[in-house]
Design a protein around this ligand. Structure first.
Ligand SMILES: N[C@@H](CCC(=O)N[C@@H](CS)C(=O)NCC(=O)O)C(=O)O
Length: 299
């Protein structure tokens, strides 16, 4: 079913579009700054690509507190500080960019320090800007010959998996929930089969398609199975998909981008309509460092 048809279901969750969509060429070191919450899966993909492309010196990062209240994402001190602009809330970035702005205050945000405004708040576009920056190193995550394939994979994964888990968790009617859960697990079954044949989604090397999927997979058993009722199966029940998740986790630089404690506290303590007690479960015990055990056909 198309997103339009899904959105038309009574009680279905509908994500609104990001509104700052400018494309910037990241050519001047220090000009752009990334505001993220490690807990958020959309931010997580930008953090991973920033790291894999070696942009630490060129683009600074400030981290937001994982617990969000009605004032939105905040810098609460300590690890969650904005030394660059001295903001206390991410709302200030939106207000400074567009005075009177009253839309969603979402993270991630790519901020232009020179112009003092938000350039872009759409993670899928921020990772493309990082990937193509002349200041970046590392592998090309969106290689020309694979673009069509990557786009097609991204489309299905976005609708049914990345956003799919939210469509399960935030559905307000039984039918909308069931529709989203079935589409989600249909895609996980497809991915498990695909990853029995291919090392990564688009071939032998990871591309942005893998790094867009990974943040959802890493949150799956700790959060989505329980909190969002995505519980037909667990990630660890899918042999290939679970091994693939560990393989990505164990690649250099990746594990340090995964803040499991923040992830759990964010979801369980921020969505009080789903979890009014705000109690954060202790489990599950899950070992992302366990050795991979996929058997792939020789190429
Ligand atoms: N399409 C956006 C979605 C970003 C998004 O929804 N972020 C969530 C955090 S997981 C957020 O900031 N929500 C707060 C709000 O919407 O007020 C992207 O991929 O960048």
């Amino acid at each position: 079913m198309s997103p339009l048809a899904q959105a038309a279901l009574p009680g279905a969750f509908e994500r609104s579009q990001s509104v700052f969509r400018e494309q910037a060429q990241i050519v001047t070191p220090g000009r752009y700054h990334l505001y993220v919450a490690s807990a958020c899966p959309w931010c997580h993909r930008t953090i991973i690509v920033h790291k894999l492309k070696g942009l630490e010196q060129a683009v600074g990062i400030s981290y937001l507190d994982p617990i969000r209240d009605e004032r939105g994402w905040a810098f609460t001190g300590g690890r969650y500080e904005d030394p660059v602009e001295g903001m206390a809330f991410l709302a200030e970035a939106y207000e400074r960019s567009r005075p009177g702005y009253d839309g969603r205050l979402s993270a991630p945000v790519l901020w232009d320090r020179q112009e003092q405004r938000i350039v872009n708040n759409e993670s899928s576009e921020i990772i493309r800007m990082f990937n193509s920056s002349p200041l970046a190193g590392g592998p090309d995550l969106y290689p020309e010959p694979l673009r069509e394939k990557i786009d097609a994979i991204n489309r299905r994964i976005y609708e049914t998996v990345n956003d799919g888990v939210y469509r399960c968790g935030f559905a307000r009617r039984q039918h909308a929930y069931e529709h989203a859960v079935l589409a989600l697990f249909d895609s996980l079954d497809w991915l498990d089969e695909l990853l029995g044949k291919r090392r990564y989604l688009a071939g032998e090397q990871p591309t942005e398609a893998d790094w867009r999927l990974f943040p959802t997979l890493v949150r799956f058993d700790p959060v989505y199975v329980g909190h969002f009722k995505c519980n037909l199966r667990r990630l660890i029940d899918y042999r290939n998909l679970w091994s693939y998740t560990r393989e990505l986790y164990q690649r250099p630089g990746v594990s340090e981008t995964v803040a499991l404690d923040e992830i759990k506290r964010h979801y369980y303590m921020t969505h009080s309509s789903i979890n009014p007690t705000r109690i954060v479960p202790l489990g599950p015990l899950i070992d992302f460092d366990a050795p991979p055990d996929r058997t792939l056909p020789a190429i």
